[in-house]
Write a protein that binds this ligand. Structure first.
Ligand code: GLU
Length: 493
């Protein structure tokens, strides 16, 4: 995909480090990444940290770590470990590019395309109110727009504070561009008034930095969220004033919650860090967010990043809002999870089990076997906690709900037969079939059947009469441990 600027694709992800990386940001990063890879171009990470009050190093660290976790690695930007610049067109942190923005603001000032404006906040507010009362657009009407630069500089010298404003006078025309997602977009000429480029403390604003950086970093295509569409008009005006070619823009539709409202964390995790904590796989997160606004040409649902790169085609980007379906997300995660080798799953669940202080066998053969039996019941790695809990000897307690079962007439005999048959079992672990046979033997010996047979045994294994399937659990519990639990249950009868 070539652009007017260059046939060589260069895209960027430009987070503002003012919070965590959420799924919307991750999707923007992913689409830019896929587009770069598909076109053998470069993916750049630019840090938009000019909002000094809200940008933090901690947030930058978090965003970088999340991108690394997602494996969306960049060719230029900040080093993932040291956060120092990597690449020849840096600095890649806007806070280190102030001198560059100043230089270009000076050029616009000299060319008469921008001006120093000394209107105070009160004056601006008054103008807005008057315009509102008269039914006019609330645009600034600055008496300073026609001052000569010399006069403005003298005014500044004299100690007055002023912002640099972009001059829209004389630009009365429609601004039209072809959006890569939405097709033709037309902005009416009077949509914006003279907007600020540099604040009175010299800090540049987003729209200005964005244009300067996209140009100097030779960005050819910009995929970003729909909420930036109104910014595109201001950016087009700056490109025009600079006589620079614009990159191609694609504005992606919003991600919505199941109730079609803006995605909110109240209904579940939307931060990538939290998804990781909750036991989602990075490959599943990428797969899921890829499909929030794009679809595979053959309707493929489960994909690796390689599959996505192969198939990525911006003509399949969706114009309408995508629904963040959490049920589908879990299902997709379970698909990715089950495709992993068992020991890899074990390595993923291990920290979750360790956090719960579970003491489980160290034997890799046991670990592999447990995963083979449990993985079809896991949607996320965190699900392992409840699956493995009954295997942890320390968690074995007889729960109050077992009381009634323990009082039944045949229970004692069932538990005794169960304990003795387990004791006589020749090896440490029994298979599912061996367990079923043993259970039949308890039935033969005691004459107990149905719930009078199954429920006492369940109490002797998990401490309660209902719950997990014994034929899955028993093969994972060592003989000694089964005996000790049976003794405990017997003691409670
Ligand atoms: N820093 C902006 C944001 O986080 C980037 C906007 C853009 O991609 O131009 O939303």
């Amino acid at each position: 995909m070539t652009s007017k600027i260059s046939p060589h694709v260069r895209v960027r992800f430009a987070p503002s480090p003012t919070g965590y990386l959420h799924v919307g940001g991750a999707r923007t990063a992913l689409y830019n990444y896929l587009f770069a890879k598909k076109n053998k171009g470069e993916f750049i990470l630019r840090i938009e940290d000019t909002d000094e009050a809200r940008s933090t190093e901690e947030s930058l660290r978090g965003v970088v770590d999340d991108l690394v976790w997602l494996n969306l690695l960049w060719d230029e930007g900040v080093d993932p470990v040291t956060l120092k610049d990597v690449g020849s067109l840096g600095p890649y942190r806007q806070s280190e590019r102030q001198h560059i923005y100043k230089e270009y603001a000076d050029k616009l000032l000299k060319d008469g395309k921008a001006y120093y404006c000394f209107l105070t906040d009160e004056e601006l507010e008054k103008q807005r109110e008057e315009a509102k009362a008269a039914g006019r657009s609330p645009h600034v009407n600055s008496p300073y727009q026609d001052w000569s630069l010399e006069k403005a500089l003298e005014h500044l010298e004299a100690g007055h504070k002023g912002v640099v404003r972009f001059k829209t006078k004389g630009l009365a025309k429609d601004y039209i561009f072809t959006d890569l997602v939405r097709g033709e977009v037309k902005f009416p000429s009077d949509m914006v008034g003279d907007f600020v480029l540099l604040r009175s403390d010299g800090m540049p604003v987003y729209n200005f930095c964005c244009v300067i950086d996209d140009h100097l970093m030779k960005i050819t295509h910009v995929f970003r969220a729909e909420e930036h569409l109104p910014n595109t008009l201001r950016q087009m005006m700056i490109y025009e004033a600079m006589a620079w070619e614009m990159p191609e823009f694609g504005h992606m539709a919003l991600i919505l919650d199941e109730d079609r409202q803006k995605l909110s964390k109240r209904k579940g995790a939307v931060a990538c860090g939290q998804l990781k904590e909750e036991g989602y796989l990075n490959s599943a997160v990428l797969n899921f967010i890829a499909l929030l606004g794009w679809s595979h040409p053959e309707g493929k649902e489960i994909m690796t990043v390689e599959d996505m790169i192969q198939a990525f085609d911006i003509s399949r980007l969706n114009q309408s809002g995508a629904i963040f379906d959490r049920v589908k997300f879990k299902w997709m995660n379970s698909m990715h999870l089950r495709a992993l080798p068992n020991m890899e799953i074990w390595n993923h669940i291990q920290p979750f089990l360790a956090r719960e202080k579970m003491e489980l066998p160290q034997d890799p053969v046991w670990q592999e076997k447990s995963v083979a039996l449990f993985k079809n019941y896991m949607e996320t790695f965190a699900d392992a906690i409840e699956l493995y809990r009954p295997l942890n000897d320390k968690s074995y307690v007889i729960l109050p709900e077992a009381e009634e079962t323990l009082k039944w007439e045949p229970t004692k005999a069932v538990l005794t037969a169960w304990r003795d048959l387990v004791k006589a079992f020749p090896s440490d672990y029994m298979s599912e079939d061996e367990f079923l046979k043993l259970q039949d033997e308890v039935k033969n010996q005691t004459g107990a059947k149905g719930k009078h047979l199954f429920m006492p045994i369940r109490v002797a294994v998990i401490g309660k009469p209902h719950g997990a399937e014994l034929k899955i659990l028993v093969p994972l519990i060592k003989k000694d441990s089964l005996i000790a639990r049976a003794e405990q249950a017997l003691a409670a009868t």
